[in-house]
Design a protein around this ligand. Structure first.
Ligand SMILES: Cc1cc2nc3c(=O)[nH]c(=O)nc-3n(C[C@H](O)[C@H](O)[C@H](O)COP(=O)(O)O)c2cc1C
Length: 306
């Protein structure tokens, strides 16, 4: 089973990658959060490039691009291929209204001619074996849309496809529609398909693998909540309470290192809260309340290890 950390802007960052390395629970590969390609520039360059050039995990990292202009995407691919990446991934799933306004991210799923042109340009610019696509099931209605999305993706022969089993309309809620991932595995037979969406436990992972036949799993929020999921799915033990406490402390430390010169106590706490929102389901209501209001790192350490 191939395992990937799902890209999450501002969450699966260098600090989180280093934390996974230190706790000894690594996925088989990483994908950066999206580089935003527009006609005028490529945004999020600094933080995302940091994940690539400072990747000490020994695991490959793919660079993800979100955009709607084939020329701009080709320009940014040329730049990114100069760095030590495993390949380029197209973001066809981001539901942010700002990104979708220009039909980038999941917006590509409602603009097939543009999606087609972008995949064509990417296939021409990216070497064999290094092109990946991450998509949702459609803009609104998976039953009406996903088959066409698969036809279009298949016609450009990508080397890997990750399917977040939701439509854009579902955003991050509702039940993942896992049957469509099984369809993707069948329809894209020559290309490994990664399943993605609400995989939190070993049992979830086993169900996804046996039900869909996918090549592997991409895990995001579940990995922030329990980063030991990669160790477990590679055959290792479930985390002890001490290991979980240690995880929180390491994450605080690594986040502080990445913030470095820009670090203020409050800024550091706010940065931590981006991860904590995915950890709250495992904490009692009082601790969640206190952590949400916390602006001292010492207090945050205490609250997370009590
Ligand atoms: C805060 C946040 C940021 C995200 N950023 C990205 C991103 O940059 N690129 C991307 O393809 N998906 C992004 N996603 C979607 C995740 O990669 C993933 O598809 C989604 O969270 C479902 O998987 P999960 O249930 O395992 O988290 C983001 C999700 C969240 C919650």
């Amino acid at each position: 089973m191939l395992l990937a950390l799902a890209p999450m802007q501002d969450v699966t960052d260098l600090a989180f990658m280093r934390t996974l390395l230190r706790i000894g629970s690594l996925p088989d590969y990483f994908v950066t959060a999206y580089f935003r390609s527009t006609a005028t520039n490529c945004a999020y360059m600094e933080t995302n490039l940091g994940c690539i050039v400072e990747n000490e995990t020994g695991k490959p990292i793919w660079a993800q691009i979100a955009g709607s202009d084939p020329a701009a995407i080709t320009r940014d691919i040329e730049t990114l291929l100069k760095y030590p990446i495993a390949g380029i991934d197209l973001n066809a799933g981001c539901p942010s209204p700002l990104v979708n306004r220009n039909n980038a991210g999941a917006g590509l799923l409602r603009d097939f001619p543009r999606f087609d042109a972008i995949l064509k340009a990417m296939r021409a610019a990216v070497p064999e074996g290094q092109l990946s696509v991450k998509c949702r099931l459609g803009w609104i209605d998976a039953a009406a849309e996903f088959e066409h999305i698969l036809d279009l993706i298949r016609s450009h022969n990508p080397d890997r496809v990750a399917v977040h089993a939701r439509t854009r309309k579902q955003l991050y809620g509702g039940t993942p529609l896992i049957d469509y991932v099984r369809d993707a595995v069948r329809e894209l037979s020559s290309c490994p398909v990664m399943g993605n969406g609400d995989i939190v436990t070993v049992e979830d992972a086993q169900h996804w693998m046996s039900y869909t036949g996918c090549a592997g799993l991409m895990i995001g929020r579940g990995a922030v909540r329990n980063p030991f999921i990669f160790r477990q799915l590679h055959g290792g033990a479930a985390p002890t309470q001490d290991e979980m406490r240690n995880y929180y402390l390491i994450l605080i430390e690594e986040t502080g290192k990445v913030l470095y010169a820009k670090r203020t106590e409050k800024g550091h706490c706010n940065r931590m809260k981006k991860y904590l929102s995915f950890i709250f389901p495992d904490l009692d209501a009082q601790r969640e309340y206190d952590l949400r209001r916390c602006d001292s790192i010492a207090q945050m350490q205490r609250l997370l290890t009590m």
